[in-house]
Ligand binder design. Structure first.
Ligand SMILES: Cc1ncc(COP(=O)(O)O)c(C=O)c1O
Length: 414
């Protein structure tokens, strides 16, 4: 990583494309009846989305901007699904006109809106009903220590149609404008308990059966969210993908045996999170009243996730990996706010020095795109993709002048 910092500068995100490919293949092997869709929100960098498309992933979108990207890079519309609890008319129009595989409908009101728009466009809309099942996760999403706030179903939720409201479906379903092609259930992110995922699969199959009864016909697809987590704490373990896959495949077998039926897994972080490192350089070292601070050139403006989601991201002095970490310190960025902490605890050699490199790991998902990039007007970090041993710049580092982009200067008091 030292040579990449030398060549491309810091702060920089580095993604290991070979590892993404390995992850993709491991998931594909573990879930042979499923199509893997990449949740673009996890990391919408063009080159990563392109890599996943080339590996054979479909794509799950959550905005018109993401739809634009998917179409620009040449995704087959039938490999696109679009979820999100607040879609604008324009986004719905674009999705209908693009004839994507499914718009995942999050409420019966949204179904009415889609009908209306599809009638005006004279193009039928393909939808999957996203259901907020009556039960959700029993255990915390992120394992024993992880946060609870990535739950999206099983209680009051802005996501999905409450299961108990499905009986009203007939009043909202205009068969001339809407093809109900699928069911979508996404319960939570960052699930590391295999039994929870299997329970989720069982709920999803039961929900699909109920929807087929209600519509009096057969679905074409089930989008079984996923929510597969990645470990952040020592006591958390990787999901055992082959074992999990065998169980989930078994639950879905009544559907996988149907000719042409599409089973979809939409996955973000498990594909890209552990394949990314946020690489920063030490600008300052400080000891204050017994606490040590390592102050780097990149902060929460580029990687807000540890602070926002209160989740631990391991960090290391990557140009001295062989040296014992003897002293504890907090890693902070250069921002003028005490919340600018990218790692709560790093072990450093005693003689850590200015210009040493700090890598924050597990940073491939919800990194740059989730962060308040404009905060304090620092240039946006560069991004590098390493594939087949070759590093390529996939996002140029920003410049100070970017701050002016699309702004109008003050035009005077008069
Ligand atoms: C509907 C939906 N699908 C997929 C994802 C991707 O989640 P993850 O990155 O945890 O795999 C999310 C995350 O918020 C989501 O809301």
């Amino acid at each position: 990583m030292t040579h990449l910092a030398g060549e491309f500068g810091t702060p920089t995100y580095i993604y290991d494309g070979d590892r993404i490919r390995e992850r993709f293949r491991a998931l594909r092997d573990a879930f042979p009846s499923f199509e893997l869709f990449y949740s673009m929100k996890a990391n919408p960098s063009l080159a990563l989305v392109g890599l996943l498309m080339e590996l054979g992933a479909g794509v799950e979108l959550a905005s018109g901007g993401e739809l634009f990207v998917a179409r620009e890079i040449g995704y087959d519309p039938l490999d696109i699904v679009f979820a999100g609890p607040g879609k604008t008319d324009r986004e719905l129009e674009d999705a209908i006109l693009a004839r994507i595989f499914a718009i995942n409908v999050e409420s019966l009101r949204e179904l009415d809106r889609i009908s209306h728009i599809s009638r005006l466009l004279r193009v039928p809309a393909r939808v999957a009903l996203r259901i907020n099942t009556s039960d959700g996760l029993k255990k915390a999403g992120g394992g024993s220590t992880g946060p609870l706030h990535e739950h999206m179903a099983g209680g009051p939720s802005k996501f999905g149609i409450d299961a108990e409201k499905l009986d009203e479906l007939a009043d909202h379903w205009d068969r001339k404008t809407i093809d109900i092609v699928g069911v979508h259930v996404y319960t939570a992110s960052q699930i590391l308990h295999a039994d929870e995922i299997v329970a989720n699969a069982e709920r999803t199959v039961a929900t699909a059966r109920r929807v087929e009864d209600l519509i009096g016909g057969k679905l074409e697809a089930i989008d079984f969210g996923g929510g597969f987590g990645v470990p952040h704490y020592d006591k958390e373990e990787q999901l055992d993908l082959p074992a999990l896959g065998a169980k989930v495949e078994n639950v879905f077998s009544p559907y996988s045996e149907r000719d042409g039926f599409r089973l979809i897994l939409e996955l973000g972080r498990i594909l890209v999170s552990e394949c990314g490192v946020y690489l920063t350089r030490v600008l300052e070292l400080k000891e204050s009243r017994g606490e040590r601070f390592v102050i780097t050139d990149g902060g929460i403006n580029q990687f807000v996730r540890p602070m926002l989601m209160k989740v631990r991201h391991e960090a290391a002095v990557v140009n001295r990996l062989g040296q014992p970490g003897t002293a504890s310190a907090k890693v902070t960025g250069p921002l003028c706010t005490p919340i600018d902490v990218t790692s709560q605890e790093i072990k450093t050699p005693d003689d850590i020095a200015i210009d040493d490199l700090i890598g924050i790991f597990n940073a491939g998902a919800y990194g740059l795109s989730m962060s308040p990039l404009r905060f304090l007007s620092h240039p946006t970090a560069a991004e590098i993709l390493v594939l087949n041993g070759k590093a390529s710049l996939i996002r140029e580092r920003g410049e100070h002048a970017d701050v002016m982009l699309r702004q109008k200067p003050f035009s005077g008091l008069e």
